[in-house]
Design a binder for this molecule. Structure first.
Ligand SMILES: NC(=O)c1ccc[n+]([C@@H]2O[C@H](COP(=O)([O-])OP(=O)(O)OC[C@H]3O[C@@H](n4cnc5c(N)ncnc54)[C@H](O)[C@@H]3O)[C@@H](O)[C@H]2O)c1
Length: 336
C-alpha cells in the first residue's frame, strides 16, 4: 500500500525503455496503471502483464490535450516519461520534437490539475547541466543545456514549478543519468548497452575519445527510484529536483568493464579520436540524504543483464531490428 494512499497511476511513455521495466514493477507493487503512449515500440513489451486487469493501455498522442485530460480521470499520480528522448531523434525534426517535448506540456499539466492529481513526477534529465568543470554537479548548479532536447527539458521543469494553480498537486522533478541494462523495450542507442552488444556480436568495442566521464544508472535502480518518489512524503519532494545517477565512468572504463564482465580479454578495443570530450559528473547525494535512496545495482549488473538476454535469444538481430534504436524506428514509422 502506498503511504500517500495513491492507487491509480498514469504513466506517459510507459511503452518505452524505462516504462517497459517500470510498469511491471508498479503493477507488482500493487498499483493500478494506465499507460498513455503512442506505442511506437509496440505493446508486446508488457508480455503477460498486458493481461492484468490493473493495466490499461491507452493509445494516445500526448498532443491531444482534450483526450489526455480525459485519461487523467481518477488518477492519483502521474509519471511523465513520454518524449522524443535523445538528441539525434529530436534533431530529426526539431518542430516535431518541440511539439511533443514542450508545446503540449502545459496541456498535460492542466489535465492533471483539473483531474485533481495529487503528484506529478516529471522525468527531466541530467543533461540540463551541460558540461561543468566542477567534479560534483549538484541540483543547484546553474543549468546550461547544450541541445534543444535538454533545453526543453529545463523549460518544462521551470514551467511546472512556476505554476500557481496546482491546487495541492506535488511537483517532483527527476534528473536521471544515462540509464543502462536490459528491459523488454530495449534501447541500444545508449552507451553501456551499445558497447556491450558490440562486444558480444562483433568482438570489438569502438571507443570514441574515451576519457570523457558520463553518469550512468542501472535501469533497476531507475525503477526503484520512481517507486521511492511515489511513496515519499509530500514535504520532502514537492517542488524539489533530484539527480539520480550512479557511477560517473569514463567511456574507456565502461569498455573495460564490458570486457571483464563478459570474461573475454580478447575483445578488441578500437580507439577513435573524438572532438566530443565533454564530461558530465553528476552528484546524487541529495536523493540519498532526503529520501534514503541508494543505488543497489552497478553498471556490471546492467552489462550482465544484456549479456544474459542476448545469450537467451531475447535480443534478436541487434543491429538490424529498428525497435532498439529511437532514430531508426522513428524514420521507419515516418514520424519525422
Ligand atoms: N533512457 C535514459 O537514459 C534517460 C536518461 C535521462 C532521462 N530520461 C528520460 O526518461 C524518459 C523515458 O526515457 P526512455 O529511455 O524510456 O525513452 P523511450 O524513447 O524509450 O520512450 C519514450 C516513449 O514515449 C512514447 N511517446 C513519444 N512521443 C509520444 C507522444 N507524442 N505521445 C505519447 N507517447 C509518446 C514513445 O512511444 C515511447 O514509448 C524520457 O522523458 C527521457 O527523456 C531517460
Amino acid at each position: 500500500m502506498n503511504p500517500n494512499g495513491y492507487q491509480q497511476l498514469l504513466v506517459t511513455g510507459g511503452g518505452g525503455y524505462v516504462g517497459s521495466a517500470l510498469v511491471p514493477a508498479l503493477l507488482d507493487a500493487g498499483y493500478r496503471v494506465r499507460v498513455l503512449d503512442t506505442f511506437w515500440y509496440g505493446k508486446h513489451v508488457f508480455g503477460d502483464y498486458a493481461k492484468r486487469p490493473e493495466l490499461e493501455l491507452v493509445e494516445l498522442d500526448l498532443r491531444d490535450s482534450k483526450r489526455v485530460g480525459e485519461a487523467m480521470k481518477g488518477v492519483d499520480a502521474v509519471i511523465h516519461l513520454a518524449c522524443i528522448s535523445n538528441d539525434p531523434s529530436f534533431e530529426l525534426n526539431p518542430n516535431l520534437g518541440k511539439s511533443i517535448n514542450y508545446d503540449c506540456f502545459a496541456g498535460l499539466v492542466d489535465g492533471a490539475v483539473n483531474a485533481g492529481v495529487k503528484r506529478f513526477i516529471y522525468a527531466s534529465s541530467s543533461s540540463i547541466y551541460g558540461v561543468k568543470e566542477e567534479p560534483d554537479v549538484r541540483e543547484d548548479a546553474a543549468p546550461l543545456p547544450l541541445t534543444d532536447y535538454s533545453r526543453f527539458k529545463l523549460d518544462c521543469e521551470r514551467d511546472l514549478l512556476a505554476r500557481t494553480d496546482v491546487r495541492g498537486m506535488d511537483r517532483v522533478i527527476i534528473r536521471p543519468a544515462t540509464v543502462c541494462g536490459y528491459a523488454p523495450r530495449l534501447r541500444l542507442d545508449l552507451s553501456v548497452n551499445i558497447l556491450t552488444i558490440h562486444a558480444l556480436v562483433n568482438h570489438k568495442i569502438r571507443i570514441f575519445g574515451g576519457k570523457q566521464l558520463r553518469p550512468n544508472l542501472n535501469i533497476k535502480d531507475m525503477v526503484r527510484a520512481y517507486l521511492t518518489f511515489l511513496a515519499a512524503p509530500s514535504a520532502k519532494v514537492d517542488r524539489e529536483a533530484f539527480n539520480v545517477g550512479f557511477q560517473n565512468l569514463a567511456i574507456e572504463k565502461i569498455a573495460f568493464l564490458v570486457r571483464d564482465t563478459i570474461g573475454d580479454q580478447t575483445i578488441e578495443l578500437e580507439y577513435t579520436p573524438s572532438d566530443d570530450n565533454r564530461s558530465y559528473h553528476v552528484n546524487s547525494d541529495k536523493v540519498k540524504r532526503v529520501l534514503g535512496f541508494e543505488v543497489q545495482y552497478g553498471i556490471e549488473d546492467a552489462i550482465q543483464s544484456i549479456v544474459d538476454a542476448y545469450r537467451a535469444g531475447k535480443i534478436p538481430d541487434p543491429f538490424k531490428n529498428t525497435l532498439y534504436s529511437n532514430i531508426k524506428r522513428m524514420q521507419e514509422l515516418r514520424i519525422s
